[in-house]
Structures are given as C-alpha cells and as structure tokens.
Write a protein that binds this ligand. Structure first.
Ligand SMILES: Cc1cc2nc3c(=O)[nH]c(=O)nc-3n(C[C@H](O)[C@H](O)[C@H](O)COP(=O)(O)OP(=O)(O)OC[C@H]3O[C@@H](n4cnc5c(N)ncnc54)[C@H](O)[C@@H]3O)c2cc1C
Length: 445
C-alpha cells in the first residue's frame, strides 16, 4: 500500500482516485477549487463534452460506468446546418453506434462522489498546489480558505492538474521537453435553451454543426432539453471575434452565417457579450514521469484542441493503462510501471494531438464539401462489405481501443487510397460499383 497524492480533482483526477483506491492505496486528492458538489464552480454554465468508446472502457474498468451512464445523452450523427438552414444528417457509424454527451460539471461531481464512497480516499478542496519536491514526492499546498501553506509528504504524486499543471511546472526545472501552442481560434459558449415546455429545439441525438470554412459553431444536447453551443472563430481577421464589436455587428454576422440558429437563441445578444472568450492550447511534453515518484496524467501531460472530443477520453485511457500496468508489473514496482506508462502513452498523446487538429479541418470545412461526403459514402460501403479490412479513422478513434498512434498511421494510409479512388473518372456515378470496390481492395493490398 502506498500513500498517493493526487493533485487536481477534475475529470481525470476523480477517476484516477477510484482506480488507485480500489487497488488498496491510500489516496489524498487535493483540488484548488471549492467542492463542485456543494458550490457552483462552473459559474452556472452548462459546458458539456462527449464520452466515447475508450472513455467508457476506462469507466467500466473502474466500475463507475453505470453511475456515469445515467447522466448522458446518446448522439448518433452529425447534423450539418448549411447557411440557408438546410439540414444534412450524417451518422457517425454504419452500425448505429453513439457517442455520449454529458455535462462536465455533473460528470465531475459523479466521479468525485464515486471516489468518496471508497474509505481510503480523502479529499481536500480549496487547496492549491504551489510546490512539489519531485525526489521526495512532497507537495506544498496553499489553503485558499485559511491562507496557510502545508507540506504533504507521500510515496507518489500523480499530477492531474490540467493544461497549466503546477506539477509539470516543477518537472520543467529539470531535463524536460515542453512545447505550448495557442491555435488561431478561440471559442465562446452560447446556450440554446429548451422550448417553454422543456422539449429540445433541435434533434438531441445529433451533434449539430454549422461549418463555415474559417469558423464554425456546434451544439451538443444536455439532459434538460437545452444545447450547449460553442462558436469557434479566430481572434482577429475577416471572420473573427475581433470584428464583432456591438449588437449590430453580431446580428449581421448571425443573419449571414447562422440564420437558422437565431430563433433558437432568444438571448443571443446578452449571452454573446456576457460570456467569456477562451483560448485553445496544445501542450506536448516529455517525459511524463519522474523516477518512481511522479507521473502526469490527463491534460497535464497532453492538452489538445477539442475537435475530436477526445481530451478527457485520452486522459481516462491514461488511467486505465496505468492500472493495467500495475496489474501486470505489480504495485511494488512503481519505477518500472511509470517508465512503461511513459513509453506506452507518450506517442499516443502526440497522435491524438495531431488527430484533433486534423478533425478541426474536417469539422469546419470538409463536412460541407461534396467530395468529403462522397468519400464518407465510399468508406461506409467498403466497411459494410469488408468490415475486417476497413474501419474508418473516425471509428478507430471514437469507437475502438486501437491506440491513437496506430489509428493515425492507418488514417494516413486511408487518405492515400481514397485520393486515388476519388481521382477515378466518373467516381460520382461509379462509387457503388464493383470496380471501385476492387480498386480499394487492390490498394489495401
Ligand atoms: C471547449 C472544449 C470542449 C471539450 N470537449 C471535449 C469532449 O467532448 N470530449 C473530451 O473527451 N474532451 C473534451 N475536452 C477536453 C477536456 O475538457 C479535457 O481533456 C479534460 O477536462 C481534462 O481533464 P483533466 O482532469 O486532465 O484536467 P481538468 O479538467 O483541467 O482538471 C484539472 C483540475 O485540476 C485543478 N487544478 C489546477 N491547478 C491546480 C493546482 N495548482 N492545485 C490543485 N488543483 C489544481 C483544476 O481546478 C481542475 O479541477 C474539451 C475541452 C474544451 C476546452
């Protein structure tokens, strides 16, 4: 049994506490904010995210999947809204598989509640990590209520303190590689309320996308019939947050690009000028571990852009891999386990960062492109007829446990094959023919 300090009680910290406590370790979880189960730490906002297959695999392994399932909404398809308000529904898979929308705040509370049920977990809210001695696994926390600092020695520190991790900050003082990249686009959340009778204003089983090439909006259903809309746009330039200075600019912009959303957003003006504009950052670093004492897990190791909806899922998968390695190598071999964890996860962290950037182009741009839609149809047909030979990249990422790095490589191979197939003369008419099928199989080798 080890004394483990978990720094950060967000989504990944909550799940990791469950995994470690179920192994019999004594877990102390420290969170800088107040307890979200008693306080509105999310500022009343209904931010939501999607849980996908590998997230579920980890939740199941920790035995908390049922508790989470109750608060999710299944999402089976993308619903594209064109500038004229025409809708086009494209299922995520050929066999009706779903991803699941969940409120970030509710999920955080559920995971903390599940962790708290275990007798060997103690939670300390309003405690901000300000220092870590990596060699002795001793953290110093600032008590935000009392105002004093306490030093907490442990056998092991697991840093789940997010994209701007204090634990990682300490590791950066040594031999450590680090890069941080802000993308051009920021985001702003805009809530779509339900109808007066509580019914949703759009199909809740779809992820709604308004792809506009240089920017986009998306909407994900909440349990209360409302949707969380997110507008992604550059900070400056022709189509940008910077160009919308007053209500007139805002309404002109929405009328031109998102006209069908206006009747569903009765308080658009108030929300737009009230809600915070946030940036999006990609963090890559290595190593994710320090000897047998410290590991980074979740966003602290790999903050990515949200366009595949995989940041949390990747973090949950980190927790499961760590747990599997402990099963395999034993709880007394943390040095070997952490080394293996670093080797196993780091390439996957890089791959999902790249995949997420790629999906941004797909979401904002390609989903409205007839060639892209044709490619999806061809891929769907090949998958239907040869499921053992072709699993589209999206399905590999969202509906399988295939390592991200393998999915990325297979996705690049698919690109090369589909490039040749789409170049076939008359492909628009031919796409359902034996000839196209044969060509794909030949190219697959
Ligand atoms: C707009 C948007 C949409 C997204 N959509 C999805 C999605 O659909 N699916 C998905 O899988 N992912 C999504 N993500 C990514 C997801 O939110 C993150 O990957 C996930 O929250 C990471 O969890 P985490 O616990 O590692 O970090 P966080 O959720 O950031 O939690 C870190 C915790 O540590 C605490 N903390 C920070 N510093 C300290 C400190 N010094 N001391 C103590 N505590 C500290 C914080 O208060 C916080 O509670 C999205 C992200 C964004 C921005």
């Amino acid at each position: 049994m080890k004394n483990i300090t978990i720094v950060g009680g967000g989504l990944v910290g909550g799940l990791l506490a469950v995994f470690m406590a179920k192994r019999g370790h004594k877990v102390d979880l420290y969170e800088r904010r107040a307890d979200p189960r008693k306080n509105d730490v999310y500022g009343g906002r209904s931010i939501n995210l999607v849980v996908s297959h590998r997230g579920w695999t980890a939740l199941k392994a920790a035995g908390v999947d049922k508790a989470v399932e109750e608060i999710t909404v299944p999402v089976f398809a993308r619903m594209m809204h064109d500038p004229k308000g025409q809708l086009n529904r494209v299922p995520y898979s050929i066999d009706n598989k779903a991803i699941h929308s969940v409120s970030r705040g509710e999920l955080n509370c559920r995971l903390l509640t599940e962790a708290k049920k275990l007798p060997n977990v103690t939670m300390h809210f309003d405690h901000r990590c300000v220092d870590v001695n990596l060699d002795t696994a001793t953290c110093t926390f600032h008590d935000e209520v009392e105002g004093d600092n306490i030093a907490v020695p442990a056998d092991l520190v697991l840093g789940t303190d997010g994209a701007f991790s204090a634990v990682r900050q300490e590791m950066m003082k040594g031999r450590f590689n680090f890069s941080q990249e802000y993308i051009e686009h920021d985001y702003k959340e805009i809530a779509f309320p339900p109808n007066a009778d509580g019914t949703p204003r759009m199909d809740p089983q779809c992820l709604h996308i308004w792809p506009r090439r240089y920017f986009m909006m998306m909407g994900l259903a909440n349990l209360d019939g409302g949707f969380t809309g997110t507008l992604f746009m550059p900070n400056s330039g022709e189509f940008s947050f910077g160009r919308i200075k007053d209500e007139k600019d805002l309404m002109r912009f929405f009328e031109e690009h998102f006209a069908d959303a206006i009747p569903m957003l009765p308080d658009l003006k108030e929300q737009y000028f009230r809600n915070h504009q946030s940036s999006l950052v990609i963090v890559r670093c290595s190593p994710w571990v320090h000897k047998d004492k410290v590991a980074l897990v979740g966003d602290s190791a790999h903050a990515i852009v949200p366009f595949y909806g995989e940041g949390m899922n990747a973090g949950f998968e980190d927790c499961k891999v760590l747990n599997d390695l402990l099963n395999e190598l034993g709880d007394d071999n943390w040095g070997t386990v952490l080394d293996a964890y670093n080797k196993a996860r780091k390439p996957n962290g890089n791959a999902i960062a790249d995949l997420s950037l790629r999906n941004f182009v797909e979401m904002r741009d390609l989903v409205a492109d007839p060639r892209f839609i044709l490619r999806k149809k061809i891929e769907g047909r090949i998958q239907q007829r040869h499921p053992d030979k072709w699993l589209p990249l999206y399905s590999q990422v969202k509906f399988s446990d295939i390592p991200y790095v393998d999915a990325w490589n297979e996705g690049l191979r698919h690109d090369r094959i589909m490039e040749e197939v789409l170049a076939m003369p008359g492909i628009e008419e031919l796409w359902e023919s034996d000839e196209v099928e044969r060509k794909v199989l030949d190219l697959l080798g």
